[in-house]
Design a protein around this ligand. Structure first.
Ligand SMILES: [Zn+2]
Length: 328
């Protein structure tokens, strides 16, 4: 195939998104709209405004230095979200954009605790998001699952409380699984075992954890051994380690890569650092995802195209990635 045909093939390939945080899909335009509706000042300090040829200005989020600085911007952006309508709009806009990117199924991390701690009712968050996702499902035919999060910048006890907040939504069939998210450095997975135990008691069955993004390979092993997750989010430092790589392959663990997120947060210097060829040749299951697409200004298809340009994958390689994502 010519490179033009390859790109056309990539655009047409149906894809599954397994690693995306809903707040990370809030475009500056949507943030400004919601801020205005809620009578709030726009957070100008987190944006760059670049002038276009026609004189218009389009905002993008400022570049990031590392994960912690990114999380600071992320937190500021989420402060505009207050009403059920805000969460509905956020979810619907993600589905609209995901449709344009060829997504047929999305598993989306949602955060309830941050908003409840700010005085927003959990029902407004979860029901608003579900309304938006449902509207998107009806209009675009994209299926979805919501995954709750334990936030590792909080204490272990606070994470247990956060999981307890998810209980009613799990019982209503709205939240299907849970993950371990947020800043990883010096926050070993085992610290959050009580939260995962609570989630199991509540009845959650699907577990995933961010591990090996800016934490060591041993955090990947710990998430598998101690938390019993079946999916690893990012896992970069794990797949770079021979022993952990062998284990991920052996146990058929799905690793959700987010290549352009890793570049934005300086987790890697260039996409060639991701051992994509080796992962394909050794049949290590992985998917390619956007993570926080609006905040990184790179959506899932952008990630597919970037990996294709760096690693020159064949049609058969992409079909395998697509199949593995669906099974993961
Ligand atoms: Zn993530």
């Amino acid at each position: 195939m010519s490179s033009h045909e390859q790109e056309q093939f990539l655009h047409a390939l149906r894809r599954v998104e397994l690693h995306v945080h809903i707040e990370g899909a809030m475009t500056p335009e949507l943030l400004f709209k919601i801020a205005e509706r809620n009578g709030m000042q726009m957070k100008h300090d987190i944006f760059d405004f670049s002038e276009h040829l026609d004189g218009s200005q389009k905002a993008t989020y400022k570049e990031y230095v590392d994960l912690n600085q990114f999380l600071n911007v992320y937190t500021k952006a989420t402060e505009v979200l207050k009403t059920q309508e805000d969460f509905k709009d956020l979810a619907y806009e993600y589905m609209r954009k995901a449709h344009s990117q060829g997504v047929m199924h999305a598993e989306i991390f949602i955060d309830v605790q941050t908003y409840v701690d700010r005085g927003v009712e959990g029902d407004k968050v979860v029901h608003g998001l579900d309304e938006g996702f449902k509207a998107g499902q009806q209009e675009f035919g994209i299926t979805y699952l919501m995954l709750g999060c334990a936030l590792r910048h909080l204490s272990s006890d606070e994470c247990v409380e956060g999981i307890e907040m998810l209980r009613p939504y799990h019982e209503r069939g709205l939240i299907h699984g849970m993950g371990l998210c947020s800043s990883e450095k010096d926050q070993p997975p085992s610290k959050f075992l009580p939260a995962f135990q609570r989630a199991r008691e509540i009845g959650f069955e699907r577990f995933t954890a961010h591990a090996g993004e800016d934490g060591p390979a041993s955090y990947v092993t710990e998430a598998l051994d101690v938390l019993g997750v079946t999916r690893i989010d990012h896992g970069i430092n794990g797949i770079k380690d021979e022993e952990v790589f062998a284990r991920l392959k052996e146990e058929g663990v799905m690793t959700t890569l987010c290549p352009l997120s890793n570049i934005s947060l300086n987790v890697i210097d260039h996409l060639g650092e991701l051992p994509i060829r080796k992962m394909l040749d050794h049949d290590l299951k992985f998917s390619i995802n956007s993570d926080d697409p609006a905040l990184f200004n790179s959506w899932i298809l952008d990630n597919y195209v970037a990996i294709h340009k760096e690693h020159a994958l064949s049609k058969a390689d992409w079909i395998k990635i697509s199949h593995d994502s669906i099974s993961g």
